[in-house]
Ligand binder design. Structure first.
Ligand code: RI2
Length: 319
């Protein structure tokens, strides 16, 4: 039955954890969403294959509707649902289990491969600057450190949610010499920086990079100062619908992330905007590093066509 009552608790809990950003970061969200679909399939008591399919689609819809910008989420749901095959409920269940395992395994391998390519771009003694927290970025730094390279990092705190603190902790654990800075201090230090290194939530067909708010200003400043901008993004971040002219929705989050209600009341009658992401045009990006190698942003569409074809379906939309 296609009703909320049949949703597995792992689906509803994962969906609310993604929406609340307890589970965050594009790759981590994709992994959690795929696993939640796996839990739904495994626990299903559907009486017919049709019921099972409807149940899985309903679960995917709930997961899909949590956050709109990171395309890794719909890409994960699509991968799992399109692999559903069989004529009995049991066969369908097994196919989902296989597909989830394949997806999560690929995600991990992709990050390792991407890390090695990104790590090759970093030289011993380099200084990087990061924004937000990206597991794909951390993979690049880890690979460079494992190659014996010593790195220094300026880590932007990343208002309003300060994900830079996570980056600062993880880079320190890797042995990187870390300086935490407020976002506005970036330009002050860019002369000392060899690479701005950021992740991505989505990459559009024209090579635009959709990432944490503040990325585009950082990239423009970096270009002005002659500093390289590297984007670390597994191919699951490629946004197939942008090949057919769709734009990427930018998530607007709650005003309380920017300022607490009591402080807002003291300020007076103001509007607060809190976009979570922005768009960096391809001309400010030197390389997009994926598990398939590094690409100039303008050529990413070729890889996109190869991976997704021309036609993209949203199986969770079928009722
Ligand atoms: P990985 C994050 O978004 C950041 O924008 C980060 O660059 C991106 O996801 C990619 O993260 P949020 O979930 O997939 O913090 O590289 O809003 O881990």
């Amino acid at each position: 039955m296609n009703t909320p009552e049949t949703l597995h608790t792992e689906v509803t809990e994962t969906a609310s954890a993604i929406a609340e950003m307890e589970i965050r970061g594009a790759a981590t969200i994709a992994d959690a969403a795929a696993r939640a679909l796996g839990a739904q399939a495994e626990a299903s008591t559907a009486a017919t294959p049709e019921e099972f399919r409807a149940e899985l689609r309903a679960a995917a819809r709930v997961l899909h509707d949590t956050r709109p910008t990171a395309v890794s989420l719909p890409n994960a749901l699509r991968y799992v649902l399109l692999g559903m095959e069989g004529t009995t409920v049991e066969e369908l269940q097994n196919s989902i289990a296989r597909r989830v395992a394949a997806f999560c395994g690929q995600l991990e391998r992709a990050q390792d491969d991407l890390g090695r390519f990104g790590g090759n771009r970093l030289r011993d003694g380099d200084t990087i600057m990061t924004h937000c927290h990206s597991t794909d970025v951390i993979a690049c730094v880890r690979a460079a450190v494992e190659d014996g390279k010593e790195l220094t990092a300026y880590v932007r705190e990343t208002r309003p949610r300060n994900q830079g603190h996570i980056t600062a902790r993880e880079l320190t654990e890797l042995g990187v010499d870390v300086t935490l800075i407020v976002d506005n201090a970036a330009r002050h230090y860019l002369n000392d920086v060899d690479h701005v290194l950021v992740g991505a939530d989505s990459i559009a067909a024209d090579g635009s990079v959709i990432n944490k708010i503040g990325t585009s200003g950082l990239a423009v400043n970096a270009r002005d100062m002659g500093t390289q901008v590297m984007v670390a993004a597994q191919t699951i971040k490629l946004h197939p619908a942008t090949m057919t002219g769709h734009t990427v929705e930018i998530e607007e989050r709650d005003a309380t992330e920017v300022v607490a209600d009591d402080v807002r009341a003291e300020i007076g009658d103001i509007r607060i905007n809190n976009p979570a992401f922005d768009v960096t045009p391809p001309r400010y990006v030197d390389a997009i590093v994926t598990e398939r190698g590094q690409f100039p942003p303008e050529s990413i569409v070729i890889l996109m066509r190869e991976l997704f074809g021309e036609r993209v379906t949203n199986p969770w939309e079928e009722l």
